[in-house]
Design a protein. Sequence first.
Length: 497
Amino acid sequence: MSRITDQTPYWKRPLYAAGTRRLGRRAFVTGAGVTAASLVLGSCGDDDDGTSTLDAATATPAQPVPTTKTEPKKGGKLMSVASATGLHYDHHQLPGIAGDGNVYNQLLKLGRGQEVMADLAEKWETPEPNVYIFHVRPGVKFQNVAPVNGRAMTAEDVVYTIDRARTDNPAFSNRWMWTSLTSIETPDANTVKATFAQPFAPALYHFAAGSMGVIAREVVEQFGDLKDWKSRIGTGPFILEELRKDEVFRYKRNPDYFNPQLPYLDAIESPVVPDRLSRIVALRTGQIDMIGWQNGVTDLEEAKRGMTDVTVETRPSDAVTVIAFNHTVEPLRDERVRKAISLAVDRQALIRAAGGEQAGVVVGMVHPNGAPFALPEAELADLTKPDIVEAKRLLSEAGLAGGFGVSLSITSTDVIGIDVASVLQDQLQQIGVKLTLDPQESASYIRKLTTKAFELIWIGSWTPALDPSQQYHGSLRSDAAQNWWGRQRARGERPRR
């Protein structure tokens, strides 16, 4: 792997090389163009591994953030917490691009600031602008669970995983990631060769996506798909030993993990605790060891009040939060209405409601880590400045001078989202828009999203685009696999080749 310089060709630049700016714990975003699918407002999610709130099973972190620089000791069980169990566990069919980082490894992985790093591939090269060759790490085994029973993982498993993910089936919502991939093959048992139709800058990022956790063909053949939790069998540091719906996740250490130094823990147990106050009580009384994104910054500060053995730590996150419009329902079909709502929103006030500077910053549709594509701060500030007068004018022009009502679907366990939404209600009231909250449990929420059964929807942890083509082809084209907003064909949109 050669050093990245300013002269490195576009197609050889891993996306992380473009920018190194660090963000706060949550990144608040806004989409200035309301012809785009969504009004992007803010973020939840404190993990840098692409973990998504759309799949509650992935809320359990693989390792706690160390609080000191002392040498870690092996052993023990981490008592974490989850806010819900998932609709199902097939990471190729779930919304978003997340997977279970405890169970699976990808060919590559993303570090802090979206740095592309080796995972199952120990090295890779680009002999031609549109060709990637990955050398699979030797000695990797699947977990010793039937039907794979600890067999060796090979390049064929990588190819099977990606071929399954890009199958021409609408249920596989991440297939858009591979529309430019023309072939993927195995020159030998430890080599994967991927050829794209043309130089494709996001390629490495896609190989590192959490939804590309490598799976075994035998598992899919036995279960039919990966929706049953028992089918979660990978090469990762922990084995999912037990999952009881709405009760608990239990992981045990994988003794055959390819890195013999990891994991440090013997087990992770995550009871499902939907209520925010109950999670704080559980932490303060020692029933659990940590809570994370499920509780907002204010709650976390409350958790340590009067306690000497509770600490609150924050770390940069690359996740963003999106409020999306459903373009298929009235009056949101009208671009003027969508733009009016956007102009009524004070993003900085929403950040304050989420916990202040610790909660995040306003960013654009392309994440700052994706510079030079990201909007400069000055331009972003100008585009996101509230304008109540113009918002009212647009509603009047659309025949809605008297206002209207609209609902916002949100997961009932999203503490931060619900807190912020109350401020959003006050902001929209200024232009006569009455916003009502539509809290849903996790499974119902995902159904609403994927069937377009919503008006506005709060997406609490969206993996941001680092390259404009990711956002455009993934969710903003009219024929995009994740165009859950019903966005119609826009001016200048060309048919796919």
